[in-house]
Design a protein around this ligand. Structure first.
Ligand code: KG4
Ligand code: ZN
Length: 334
C-alpha cells in the first residue's frame, strides 16, 4: 500500500510517500525564514506560506518517489493538534486529492505521528514509554500498541521546545532557538549557573508525572537581567546550564514514569529529541539502567509527513478510513 502523507500543523509544510512501512520520499519546506524576524510563529503568515507550498511539496514528494498520483492508494493528513489555519491547508489538500481520486482518507493526530516516528528507522516493539518533546508539547505516554496510548504526564505550562525558544530570545539569539542553544552550549559549562529544576509530586496515586518549565525560563530571564551577558563565554555558560536543567527534568521524570509502569523501553521523539545533550545523556542513563532507548534519526525528530503516513498506515491497512467530515482540531488530544 502506497500512502501519501501530508503535514501542515504548525510552520513546516511536509509531504511523504510511505510504501508498506518504508519511506519512499519525505520532503519538508521550513518557514523559519518567514517567522524569524518576529521571534515566533505568526499564525496568519504560516497559513499563507502553507498555501504557497502545499502543491509544490506534494509534487516534490511524488517526484522523489518516482511516482504520480495514479500510483497512490490512500491519503493521510494531520487534523490536529496545531494552528487551525495551518492544519486546514494540508487537510483540505488531502481531502481534495482523496475525493477526486476516490481514495481512502485518514485524519491523523500529530502527536501519534511523533510517538510512532522511531519506527521509521528501526523496529520499536511495544510497550514503551514515550517522552514527546516539541515546541508545542511535552508529554509522557505509555504506548501499548497502535492506537493504545495512556497519558503518564504532561507539562503544566510551557513545552520544553518553547522554553528553548524563549531562552534563546532572552539571550538575543535567533528563532527557532533550540538548535542554536544546543550549538552554543557545546562551548559552555553546564555547572556555571545553578538554575532550578522543578520536580512535581506525582499525582493520581503516583501514576501521573507532570513537568513545569516556566520557573526555569523565568530564572534564566532574571539571571540575565541581574548579570548582563558579557561575551560569548557567558552566553555559552547560560545556554549549557539551562540545557542541563531541561535534560535533568526530562530524564528524571521519564525514568520515574517508566519505573512506575515497570517498562524497560524508552522512546524520545519530537523536535527537542534532536538535542545533542538530551540524546547523549539518554543513551548513557538508559545503558546504566539496562533500558532500551529509541530516538528517531534527525530528519524524523522534527515535523515531517512520513510519521503521519506511518500513523495512518495501521488503520488504512485494516481497511479503516475517516469520513471527509473530519475537521481541523486545534487542541485534539491523544
Ligand atoms: O516537533 P517540532 O518540529 O514542532 C512542533 O510540533 O512543535 O519541534 C520544534 C521545536 C522548537 O521549539 C525547536 O526549538 C526545538 O523543537 N528544537 C530543539 C532542537 N532542534 C529543534 N530544541 C533543542 N535542541 C535542538 N537541537
Ligand atoms: Zn511536532
Amino acid at each position: 500500500m502506497r500512502i501519501l502523507g501530508i503535514e501542515s500543523s504548525c510552520d513546516d509544510t511536509a509531504a511523504a510517500v510511505l510504501q508498506d512501512g518504508v519511506v519512499r520520499s519525505t520532503v519538508v519546506a521550513s518557514q523559519d525564514d518567514v517567522h524569524r524576524r518576529f521571534g515566533g510563529v505568526v499564525p496568519e503568515l504560516a497559513s499563507r506560506s502553507h498555501m504557497r507550498s502545499i502543491v509544490p511539496i506534494i509534487e516534490a514528494a511524488l517526484d522523489q518517489a518516482g511516482l504520480t498520483l495514479d500510483d497512490i492508494d490512500a491519503v493521510a493528513a494531520t487534523h490536529g493538534p496545531g494552528l487551525v489555519g495551518s492544519l486546514l491547508v494540508g487537510l483540505s489538500a488531502a481531502k481534495g486529492i482523496a475525493f477526486a481520486r476516490r481514495l481512502p482518507f485518514a485524519g491523523v493526530n500529530h502527536l501519534e505521528g511523533h510517538l510512532l516516528s522511531p519506527r521509521l528507522d528501526a523496529d520499536t516493539p511495544f510497550p514503551y514509554v514515550a517522552l514527546l518533546v516539541s515546541g508545542g508539547h511535552t508529554s509522557l505516554y505509555l504506548a501499548e500498541g497502535f492506537g493504545q496510548y495512556r497519558v503518564l504526564g504532561q507539562t503544566r505550562d510551557d513545552a520544553a521546545g518553547e522554553a528553548f525558544d524563549k531562552v534563546a530570545k532572552t539571550l538575543g539569539l535567533s528563532y527557532p532557538g533550540g538548535r542554536i542553544i544546543d550549538n552554543l552550549a557545546r562551548r559552555g559549562d553546564p555547572r556555571a549557573v545553578a538554575f532550578p529544576r522543578a520536580r512535581l509530586k506525582p499525582q493520581r496515586d503516583g501514576t501521573l508525572f507532570d513537568f513545569s518549565f516556566s520557573g526555569l525560563k523565568t530564572s534564566v530571564w532574571q539571571h540575565v537581567r541581574d548579570n548582563p551577558v558579557a561575551g560569548d563565554t557567558a552566553a555559552a555558560d547560560i545556554a549549557a546550564s539551562f540545557q542541563e536543567a531541561v535534560v535533568d527534568m526530562l530524564l528524571d521524570t521519564a525514568f520515574a514514569a517508566a519505573t512506575a509502569v515497570a517498562c524497560g523501553r524508552l522512546v524520545i521523539a519530537g523536535g527537542v529529541s534532536a538535542n545533542s545533550r538530551l540524546r547523549a545523556r539518554a543513551q548513557e542513563e538508559c545503558a546504566a539502567r539496562s533500558m532500551q532507548l529509541h530516538i528517531p534519526s534527525m530528519r524524523y525528530c522534527t515535523d515531517n509527513a512520513a510519521m503521519i503516513a506511518l500513523a495512518a498506515s495501521h488503520r488504512l491497512m485494516r481497511g479503516e478510513c475517516d469520513p471527509f467530515s473530519i475537521n481541523a482540531s486545534a487542541d485534539l488530544e491523544l
